[in-house]
Structure formats: structure tokens, C-alpha cells
Design a protein around this ligand. Structure first.
Ligand code: PEP
Length: 258
């Protein structure tokens, strides 16, 4: 059975003091919960503070929002997998639609980063998802297939097992307009089918696929109770520790019900 994974993508928010306060409040709400894998993804500047504030809470992991594919060298302003591992980072979000749209990241670039992350034993959270225009044109499956084949090219079954996929329809990110549980389930089932093409059914069945796009307390349970939705990547609602804790609890309750 796939353990649910709920991640907080703070984007370009949270000063160090706010991050420490968030972790303190989150721990009061959920403790060192083991039923669900919780990942906090701060801006680079707050990573060390989050790691320090988590102290002995071993089940809550820390992620980064991006990285460069090279190990080290003359890449001013960039961060490598090795530098992130040095900070005890375990996950890295790659190919987020904001990076694809604003920083022109292609599937080929995402693929280089995914392979570099895995080589450094960082677990990638690879984001895929269609724009509204692509959905309206009926191209959801084509886009997802292209993004998955491109971003995950050359990965072994073991690599795929270490990887998390986040289905994030671009039209649902930060808009307050989430995919319905049925729309999301349909896309997730297609993603799992594509993972079968890329490896085999056993591997595809083990890969966790998160949904992201305006997840909040009110819709978390319905989304995460779908058979192929294995957690959530949460942006806006993850900035408030109580909201985020309730989303984590929705994932945990779902584990108990199954
Ligand atoms: C995200 O940035 O990954 C995201 C899903 O944002 P939001 O929850 O705010 O839509």
C-alpha cells in the first residue's frame, strides 16, 4: 500500500522566524506523525531553520523547491543536490509549472535535474499538468504523456520508486479553482498507466502521485480518498500551520478508513 505524502510548498514566502513558528505550531497539531509522510518545502533561506526546528521529529522531512543539475562549479546563483543534501534535505520539487512558465524549464531540463537528484539520493517530486487551454482543447493526456516521458526519460524502476509525481493542473494553481475529485482521479489513473509504459505495472503501482492545485481543508479529504491520489502538494493553504495540519489529518484519516 502506498503511504500518503503531503507537502507544503511555501514558494517565495516565510522568513526564518516565521518558519520556526510554523514548525512549532505544526508539531503541536500533528506531532511526529508517521501515518502520513509530511514534507515541508521552504525557500532555500529557511531550510536550515526548519531542519533545526524539527529537532527530533523524524517523520517530517524537508524539501527544496528547485536545484541545478550540476554537482558543483561556476553556476552563480544556483544550488546543487550536494549542497541540499548537506542541509539534510530529502526531497526536491522539480518542474513546477511556475518554473516551467516563468523560467522556461523544459522537460529535458527537468529530466537532467531529476537524474542528478536521484544520483545524490534526493527524492524528486516531479510536477506535471496541463493549462486550461490544453484541457479545453482535449489535450490533457497528450500533455501529461509528453511531460512524463520527457521528464522521466532514462529512469530505472528503482529510480521511479524513489520519485513522487505531482499532478498539478496549471489552471488550478493559486486560483482557488481545484480539479474535481473525478477529474483529478482520471488524470492520476492516466499518469499511472503512463508509468506502466515507462517501467512495469508493479513499479507503477508503487509510485506515489500527489494532487496539487488549490487544495484546502474543505476539499482535501474528497480528493485524497480517490484510489490513485496518494497525497497533496499544497501551496497557499500550507502557509497556515492549522490549515496544513488539517490537510495532513485528512490524509491520515483516509489511511485509517482504507
Ligand atoms: C503549488 O504551488 O504547487 C500549489 C498547488 O499551489 P496552491 O495550493 O496555492 O494552488
Amino acid at each position: 500500500m502506498r503511504k500518503k505524502i503531503v507537502a507544503a510548498n511555501w514558494k517565495m514566502n516565510m522568513l526564518q522566524a516565521e518558519a520556526a513558528e510554523f514548525v512549532k505550531d505544526l508539531l503541536l497539531e500533528i506531532g511526529d506523525m508517521s501515518a502520513v509522510e509530511v514534507v515541508i518545502v521552504p525557500p532555500f533561506t529557511a531550510i536550515a531553520k526548519v531542519v533545526e526546528s524539527l529537532d527530533k521529529a523524524q517523520n517530517i522531512k524537508v524539501g527544496a523547491q528547485n536545484m541545478h543539475w550540476e554537482h558543483s562549479g561556476a553556476f552563480t546563483g544556483e544550488i546543487s543536490a550536494a549542497l541540499l543534501r548537506d542541509l539534510f534535505v530529502r526531497y526536491v520539487v522539480l518542474g513546477h509549472s511556475e518554473r516551467r512558465q516563468m523560467f522556461h524549464e523544459t522537460d529535458e531540463i527537468v529530466n537532467r535535474k531529476v537524474r542528478a537528484a536521484l544520483e545524490a539520493t534526493l527524492r524528486p517530486i516531479v510536477c506535471v499538468g496541463e493549462t486550461l487551454e490544453q484541457r479545453e482543447r482535449g489535450s490533457v493526456e497528450k500533455i501529461l504523456s509528453l511531460q512524463l516521458h520527457g521528464s522521466l526519460a532514462g529512469l530505472s524502476g528503482k529510480d521511479l520508486h524513489e520519485t513522487v509525481i505531482a499532478y498539478e493542473p496549471v489552471w488550478a494553481i493559486g486560483t482557488g479553482r481545484n480539479a474535481t475529485p473525478e477529474q483529478a482521479q482520471e488524470a492520476h489513473a492516466f499518469i499511472r498507466e503512463t508509468l506502466t509504459e515507462l517501467s512495469d505495472a508493479t513499479t507503477a503501482d508503487r509510485v506515489r502521485i500527489q494532487y496539487g492545485g488549490s487544495v484546502k481543508v474543505e476539499n482535501a479529504r474528497a480528493l485524497m480518498s480517490q484510489p490513485d491520489i496518494d497525497g497533496a502538494l499544497v501551496g497557499g493553504a500550507s502557509l497556515d500551520p492549522r490549515s496544513f495540519a488539517q490537510i495532513v489529518q485528512a490524509a491520515a484519516n483516509d489511511e485509517v478508513v482504507e
